[in-house]
Every structure is written in C-alpha cells, then in structure tokens.
Write a protein that binds this ligand. Sequence first.
Ligand SMILES: CC(C)(COP(=O)(O)OP(=O)(O)OC[C@H]1O[C@@H](n2cnc3c(N)ncnc32)[C@H](O)[C@@H]1OP(=O)(O)O)[C@@H](O)C(=O)NCCC(=O)NCCS
Length: 158
Amino acid sequence: MDGDDTPRLADASEADQIGRLLHDFNTEFETPSPGADVLSERLAVLLAGKSMFAILAGRPAFAVALVSVRPSVWYSGRVGLLDELYVEPNRRSEGTGSAILRLLSDHARAVGIDAIEINVDEGDVDAQRFYERHGYSSIEPETNERAFYYYQELRVPD
Ligand SMILES: CC(C)(COP(=O)(O)OP(=O)(O)OC[C@H]1O[C@@H](n2cnc3c(N)ncnc32)[C@H](O)[C@@H]1OP(=O)(O)O)[C@@H](O)C(=O)NCCC(=O)NCCS
C-alpha cells in the first residue's frame, strides 16, 4: 500500500466517491441501489452532520467504510455501526480492509465511541474470518451464545 492508498477520514466533499463505491458494492452483490447520484446526495447531507463518518483509501478512492454513530444507554460514550465496508475487487487482499479497520478503531476511540457493531451474512464466512481476526466477535461473552440481527423493513428503500 503506497502513501496515497493509506486510509483516511473522508470529507463531506468526497460524497460522490463514496456514493460511487457503495453503488458498485450493491451492483457487485446484485443488491438494489438507488444509484450513485442519489447515494452521493444523501451522503453529502449525512456526512456534514455528527451521526455518520466515512473512511476512504485511494485517490480516486477504491475502498470505503461507512459508519453511523448513535448514543447508547449501556455506554458512557457512543456506539458505531459499520454500515458498509467495500474494497474494489481488483484491490482486495492487499491489506486495505485491515488498514481501514485499524483506522476505524483508532478514530472511534479518539471521538468517544465505546463499541463498534457489524452485521455479517451467515454465508459470508470470508468476512466473518476477516472481522474475527481483527478482534470482533459474534459470541456474547457472558452467555457464550451467538448474537442474531433481527430487522423488519417499514418502508421499501427507494
Ligand atoms: C471484506 C473486504 C472489505 C476485505 O478487504 P481487503 O482489503 O481484501 O482485506 P485485507 O487485504 O486486509 O484482508 C483480506 C482478507 O479479507 C477476506 N475477504 C473477505 N471477503 C472477501 C472477498 N469477497 N474477496 C476477497 N477477500 C475477502 C479474505 O478472506 C482475507 O482473509 P484471509 O487472509 O483470512 O483469507 C473486501 O474483501 C471486500 O470488499 N469484500 C466484498 C464486500 C464485503 O464482503 N464487505 C463486508 C461485508 S460485511
């Protein structure tokens, strides 16, 4: 990874690059996307606030992490949810995803985020191994039980 590829915190002015990468992510995995332009418009607003931040690698960017932040009654600080992590296919297995996770931890600690959550599909064993190598766990330490993620869509995404 050369100097320019070192992950960095993204600025709201880079929303178009993030939108493009998130659209590519969904396209690669055959998930619906509202399109890069719509995503970029939303991101420009969201990243200007305090409840979301992004990490990018490369100029132009080839990797992104998007994190939303919320308060939690169980921590004195806040909790971050890694909404998306994507490295373009031709740049995978070069250490960028790992470097992004390291910056995520460092930045999260620095801004008072006490825990980071990630949702991973059951079949995505590569990503599970990747996150576990970086200290993440799907096991509740007190009970040794596996955690599940439940959701219900109240509105179909547009
Ligand atoms: C997961 C991902 C972000 C890792 O980024 P990366 O830059 O390739 O990560 P690194 O080079 O630091 O580490 C490589 C590890 O990622 C794992 N990995 C997970 N998903 C992978 C994928 N789709 N393709 C290649 N490697 C993947 C590799 O298995 C490798 O671990 P291993 O050495 O134990 O096999 C990247 O592979 C990716 O964007 N995958 C597709 C999107 C995705 O699955 N995102 C996570 C959703 S929860």
